[in-house]
Design a protein around this ligand. Structure first.
Ligand code: B12
Ligand code: SF4
Ligand code: SF4
Length: 218
């Protein structure tokens, strides 16, 4: 059993997934406030696995998912001799999406968030474990970008306020709509553009999880 196998098993108890890793280039300082690392492992969620564990233990107060993630990753870091970086640490934020593209087959979708060939748009990153030492990594899955073969691109045609125009994501148009009271279908069931994507439908978030993330976003 490798270190990564043991880490994967420890994370699985909390519904979290080891989402691959990479060996940073020498002198790569954007890593974590300047400290060096031999290995970065990405930890994330896909589908409803994490939600079951998190919602059963949700801490009271602000930013419960960040605090729960910090606790779970902190325990794993102590057990395996690593430091923790969280996506919410910042600004300046750690470049989690760039890290993810180095760790596993994820690609920028037309609606900005990264798409995964299996999980589609229904996944996220809960943190990274930074190791001083160089760990053996599982082989990187080289699956192709599903957007390359998606000619219909329904994700771009679904938003009622045209927040995805091909010029990036119009965050203000989206927020205005959600706060106007007219966007309850997005708030209750998740972003319509995300729901329109045919990839990874089996991993779509359930109602409770979708509403939690949308409320946090708004
Ligand atoms: C600030 C922020 C926001 C802001 C602004 C987002 C923006 N586009 O600028 C707001 C509040 C609007 C937002 C919204 C959402 N966000 Co947000 N957000 C972040 C946060 C905390 C920081 C982003 C950042 O500035 N990073 C710093 C830069 C240096 O890092 P980066 O990796 O280089 O990121 C940039 C590049 O990837 C670049 N980029 C885009 N395409 C490409 C292509 C290539 C080839 C390259 C090299 C780079 C690149 O765009 C990124 C943002 O600037 C990240 C977490 C994190 N630490 O990254 C989450 C994060 C990006 N958000 C996430 C999500 C899921 C959302 C929402 C769907 C919220 C929700 N309901 O769950 C929405 C929708 C966003 C959308 N459709 O684009 C996820 C994305 C997961 C994924 N599958 O990709 C992240 C990673 C958080 C997480 N815990 O997983 N978000
Ligand atoms: S609908 Fe098609 S283009 Fe849009 S994110 Fe999904 S696979 Fe990619
Ligand atoms: S949440 Fe709703 S309004 Fe915002 S981008 Fe998605 S579909 Fe558009």
């Amino acid at each position: 059993m490798t270190d990564c196998d043991r880490i994967e098993a420890a994370l699985a108890r909390h519904g979290l997934l080891l989402r691959g890793g990479f060996h940073p280039d020498a002198g790569e300082t954007a890593l974590a406030g300047g400290e060096s690392a031999g290995t970065v492992l990405l930890v994330g969620n896909a589908g409803s696995g994490m939600w079951e564990a998190f919602s059963a233990q949700m801490p009271a107060g602000a930013d419960p998912l960040d605090r729960w993630s910090g606790d779970v990753l902190g325990a794993a870091a102590r057990q395996f001799g690593a430091e923790v970086a969280l996506p919410s640490d910042g600004p300046p934020y750690r470049p989690f999406q760039q890290w993810a593209m180095r760790a596993e087959p994820v690609f920028p979708s037309p609606i900005s968030i990264l798409i995964h060939p299996v999980y589609g748009l229904w996944h996220g990153y809960r943190g990274a474990l930074l190791f001083g030492r160089v760990l053996d990594l599982p082989d990187k899955d080289m699956s192709a970008n599903p957007c390359d073969s998606c000619t219909a691109r329904p994700c771009l045609a679904t938003c009622p306020v045209g927040a995805f125009s091909g010029q990036g994501y119009d965050v203000q148009a989206c927020r205005r709509h959600l706060r106007s009271g007219a966007g309850d279908y997005c708030l209750d069931g998740s972003c319509l553009a995300r729901q329109a994507c045919p990839v990874g439908r089996d991993y779509a978030y359930g109602a409770g999880q979708a509403a939690f993330h949308m409320a946090a976003f708004v």
